[in-house]
Write a protein that binds this ligand. Sequence first.
Ligand SMILES: NC(=O)c1ccc[n+]([C@@H]2O[C@H](COP(=O)([O-])OP(=O)(O)OC[C@H]3O[C@@H](n4cnc5c(N)ncnc54)[C@H](OP(=O)(O)O)[C@@H]3O)[C@@H](O)[C@H]2O)c1
Length: 317
Amino acid sequence: MRVAVIGGSGHVGTYLVPRLVQAGHQVVNVSRGRSRPYRSHPAWEDVEQVAMDRGGEEVQGMFGRKIRDLDADAVIDMICFTRESGRRLAEALEGSVSHLLVCGTIWVHGHSTVVPTTEERPRNPFGDYGVGKAALEAELLRRARIRGLPVTVIHPGHIVGPGWAPLNPAGHFDPKVFEVLARGAELTLPNMGMETVHHVHADDVAQLFAAALSHWGAAVGENFHAVSPAALTLRGYAEAAAGWFGRSAHLRFLPWEQWRQTVSPEQAAATWDHIAHSPNCSIAKARRLLGYAPRYGSLEAVYEAVQWLIANGTIEI
Ligand SMILES: NC(=O)c1ccc[n+]([C@@H]2O[C@H](COP(=O)([O-])OP(=O)(O)OC[C@H]3O[C@@H](n4cnc5c(N)ncnc54)[C@H](OP(=O)(O)O)[C@@H]3O)[C@@H](O)[C@H]2O)c1
């Protein structure tokens, strides 16, 4: 097939585009041409690059038409964030593509209730990002059911891989937390450290997109979580990460209001966002319908990212 990937040179695209090329597809990457894949791969030589700024084209009302004019059999949209943006693209592509795959987020669920959370749970999103993605998902799946839009929505967890800082055991993105654990120094966690995070390796997200593309009949009209087989508690994550360096985690716990005073406002905001969601999502549906078999557990995925942080000097061990 001819497959257009909108935003194919980011975290997921780094792995997805080579997978698609290797599967025999003719791939077009649509981006502004600023980002480079996080790792090189010879498959990129066979990829058609189309430079386009989605924001600018949407303002002009041209984005959907320009994507349709690429004449793709399937379109993978990695960078859609609102109902309106999704509706416009769907309207432009209806009747001309056999499959539209859109990237969502597990934030569509809001806070966890019955865990592991299945795709069928009622939505309770909060924050602009989660609310926007939930509205996008609702719009696309409604169109699938009412108008036969051949759409699949894929919801990744916290995407990790070599090349960028992973979500750390304190629930924010400062890589120095891994240095603290490696030194055996004290790390303070919010509350009891029992709130959860749910990572996924970027290559496993790519695997799920590719599987949805090749299982059209099972994937159309459906949504799927793209996460590792199991979420981590912050405490369990910190203990395991310390163990990578031959240490026992030296942990202290503080109630949220006190803990947040110990970090920067940005770090506190990131941690709050993660622990208020405390995601813990099921992959049973993706396993059953698409044969999803993640290569990485959460810890293996983060381990690889941390090895990269060490190798490139971001953290010193
Ligand atoms: N990061 C996470 O942990 C996480 C978790 C759950 C869900 N998600 C979802 O994952 C998706 C993002 O995927 P990703 O992390 O693989 O992407 P990413 O690393 O953020 O890369 C973004 C891609 O989109 C392109 N792009 C950005 N702005 C653009 C614009 N205005 N016009 C055209 N192209 C543009 C970038 O290339 P240029 O810069 O060259 O334009 C790049 O190819 C989003 O839908 C997000 O909600 C992410």
